[in-house]
Design a protein around this ligand. Sequence first.
Ligand SMILES: [Zn+2]
Length: 463
Amino acid sequence: MIGLRLGMFSSITGALTNSLISFSDSAILFASFAQADDAVNDHCLLYRKLQEAHRRSHMAAELLVQGSTLSVSIYYEHIPLLLTMFLSMMLIWRWIWLKIAPEDILRLTVREIPHPTSFHPDFCSFDFFPRSIGGGDIYVEASLSMFKELGFIETYRLRRRTLARFLLMVQKGYRDVPYHNWSHAFAVSHFCFMLLRMPSVQIALDDLERLSLFVACLCHDIDHRGTTNAFQLQSKTPLAQLYSSEGSVLERHHFAQTVSILSMEECNIFEQLTRKQYQTVLDHIREIILATDIAAHLRKVEKIRAMVEEGYDRDSTDHHYLLMCLLMTASDLSDQTKPFKFAKVIAENIYREFFSQGDLEKQMGNRPIEMMDREKACVPKMQLEFMDTVAVPVFDMLSRILPDLRGTYHTMMDTRERWATMEDVVTEEGLPKGGLEYLRNPDLEEKVEQRIEERRTEAEMVR
Ligand SMILES: [Zn+2]
């Protein structure tokens, strides 16, 4: 019975996917025929292209259908099948209603692509705070520039218009939540861009892995709702109902959204890849996006540590996978490596998002965990705990495998020292620990800097 229901679901969803794809393929066919009306050979070529586009759309659609059927197996008893299908359609194909303005595409296609340093002279530095270049549209332009600088446009003959549409659609895919928004995706991609420029990374990973990593960074939090996986599961949200069977609810959704964009007309930046390359890139992107779940990272951290201890082996498939995961996690956490004044701004955004989830949980009659509770959470203390358990080990491993990143690791440790000192001062002076206002208190900041200065002077005198 379950098999029958799942089979039904699969075939119905497949049929719906097919009709959607047929619609977009017909549009491609129509547009393409207009250009090639007097050349029979061109028609043959076109037909082959169309068949190929069809196969690729199927490949992508299968990934989505597969994901949805798996989760249905857990929830079919609780949710009517049609409702699940409807949720799936709404979540995956919401893109149909998102429109890209032609002038935005024009803006990104007519001018020569600027060099990254034109956005800021320090753009190509690990210490640089990428959010400082402006807002959403500038991030799209800078992303285009990073694509070019990394050589992807040339190597994979990425069409300018397709890339522009893809980037604009990715931007639109992000919600206006305090932290997991388009500016976060851009900052993560910037750190990844810096990593991918390093000669040692260029040797360690192959071209397709580097392309996948960069695209995964741009897309890794698409349609994030500003709430955690635990919240999704606890509240039995539609997302949890669709993706909970294998864990990493949000990450599976982010990947499904990425595939949806790539399946859209004129958004498939991978159209020039061979079928095998296309499949490889999708597989990599899936693995990399799933690796952004911190719980998944913690499950494999010992394997990453072993790789770092043994030394990276370019012939090992496992090492390629673990390195991609490490680079993704490091990029995702790269805000922690910025000087304290920037790290503080970002911490405010993170905790604004956490506290609003906490508020929601309270409204629902639940008790949020300390980190999400605006009355209880002491941000400096929480930051220290997060850094010590997750971020510091990540950047310690990263800087051991990529010694050029030792400076970045030290900047992060400076930031960590400031969080620790701020916690000490707040505790000693009996200041209120909850909320976010005190993070912007200039007196507190001065006391923190003063205390660090005194400690350093004392240490030098002992020496
Ligand atoms: Zn992220």
